[in-house]
Write a protein that binds this ligand. Structure first.
Ligand code: NDP
Length: 285
C-alpha cells in the first residue's frame, strides 16, 4: 500500500505568508532540527493573495507534512483546516498546520503559548493574580488572549484605538475569565503590573497613546515586536522605570517550538536558539 509520506526523504515543512522572505522560521526550525537530530527540510513560501488554499494543496501533493502560517493568511488557515485545537478554535486564527493520516489538516495556534512560555518559563515572570493590560485588538491580541486568561490574571484589560474592537474581543473571551475592553482615554488613573504591546504601532515606529502614569511599581513591559534595537514602546517603558522590558524574540522562538513539538513529538531547547537569533539580529537585523 502506498503511504502518504516518503520516509526516505527529509520531512517537508514550510512557512507561508506574504511577505515571507524576512521570516526567521526557516532558521529557527533548522536549529531545532540540528539540535534534536530530526531530519526535516523547512522553506519559506510566498503566497499570492487569494492563493492560500491552492498553495497548501500543492504543498501536500509534494509530500508536505506541516506548515506555519503568517500574515495575512492565519484566518484563511483557520477556515481551511479539518480539525482545530481548542485554543485555535477560540483564537479564530491558525498559525500551525499538521498534515495527518489521509491528508487531514489539523490546525493549532501556538502564539499565545509562545508568549506565556517566554514570560513565565524563560523570564520567571508572573501573570497569575496580576493586573494585565493588553494593547491592541487585532490578530496578535486575539491569538494570545486564551493562554493569557488560562494563567488567571487578577484582571485583564484590552485597550484599543478603536475601543469597540476591544470591547467586542473581551466579550468573545468573557467566559474564560475577567476580561474587559476600553479605549486609551479610559486608562487615566489606572496602574498595571504587566503591559503587553500587541499593536502593530512598533512596525511603523509609533507608540500607542499611553498615559504617563500607567505602570505599577516594578511593572513588566513586553513588546511582541522585535528587532536589532529597542522599539518605541520598549523605550517608553524604560523611561517610565518598568521593572523589566522585553521584546518578542522569545515569543517567536517559543511559538515555533510548540509547532515543532506538534509535528515531531520532540520538544527542542529554546534558550540556545534564542541566543543564536539574538546574536544574528544584532549583527544583521
Ligand atoms: P493587526 O493589523 O491585526 O492589528 C493591529 C492592531 O494595532 C490594532 O489593534 C490597531 O488598532 C493597533 N494599532 C496600529 N497602529 C497603532 C498605533 N499607532 N497606536 C495604537 N494602536 C495601533 O496586526 P497583528 O495583530 O497581526 O500584529 C500586531 C503585532 O504583533 C505585529 O507587530 C506583529 O509583528 C506582532 N506579532 C509578533 C509575534 C511574535 O511571535 N513575536 C506573533 C504575532 C504577531 P485599531 O484596531 O484601532 O486599528
Amino acid at each position: 500500500m502506498s503511504s502518504l509520506f516518503d520516509f526516505d526523504k527529509p520531512a517537508l515543512y514550510a512557512v507561508m505568508g506574504n511577505p515571507v522572505s524576512h521570516s526567521k522560521s526557516p532558521r529557527i526550525h533548522g536549529l531545532f532540527a540540528e539540535q534534536t537530530g530530526q531530519r526535516i527540510q523547512y522553506t519559506a513560501i510566498q503566497v499570492d493573495p487569494g492563493g492560500f488554499e491552492q498553495a497548501v494543496r500543492n504543498f501536500m501533493a509534494n509530500g508536505g507534512r506541516g506548515l506555519n502560517v503568517t500574515v495575512p493568511f492565519k484566518t484563511n488557515a483557520w477556515e481551511l483546516v479539518d480539525t482545530r485545537t481548542p485554543r485555535a478554535e477560540l483564537a479564530g486564527a491558525v498559525n500551525t498546520i499538521a498534515v495527518q493520516a489521509q491528508g487531514v489538516l489539523h490546525g493549532d495556534n501556538t502564539d499565545g503559548a509562545g508568549l506565556v512560555n517566554d514570560i513565565v518559563n524563560n523570564q520567571g515572570g508572573v501573570i497569575a493574580g496580576r493586573s494585565v493590560l493588553l494593547l491592541g485588538a487585532g490578530g496578535a491580541a486575539r491569538g494570545v488572549l486564551g493562554p493569557l486568561l488560562e494563567q488567571r490574571p487578577g484582571e485583564l484589560l484590552i485597550v484599543n484605538r478603536t475601543a469597540d474592537r476591544a470591547a467586542a474581543l473581551a466579550q468573545n473571551f468573557s467566559r474564560l475569565g475577567a476580561v474587559a475592553g476600553c479605549g486609551y482615554d479610559d486608562l487615566a488613573d489606572r496602574r498595571f503590573d504587566v503591559v503587553i504591546n500587541a499593536t502593530s504601532a512598533s512596525l511603523h515606529g509609533e507608540l500607542p497613546p499611553l498615559p504617563e502614569r500607567l505602570l505599577a511599581s516594578g511593572a513588566w513591559c513586553y513588546d511582541m515586536m522585535y528587532g536589532a534595537t529597542a522599539t518605541p514602546f520598549m523605550r517608553w517603558a524604560e523611561r517610565h522605570r518598568a521593572g523589566k522590558v522585553l521584546d518578542g524574540l522569545g515569543m517567536l522562538v517559543e511559538q515555533a517550538a510548540e509547532s515543532f513539538f506538534l509535528w515531531r513529538g520532540v520538544r527542542p531547547e529554546t534558550a540556545p536558539v534564542i541566543a543564536v537569533l539574538r546574536r544574528e539580529l544584532a549583527k544583521h537585523g
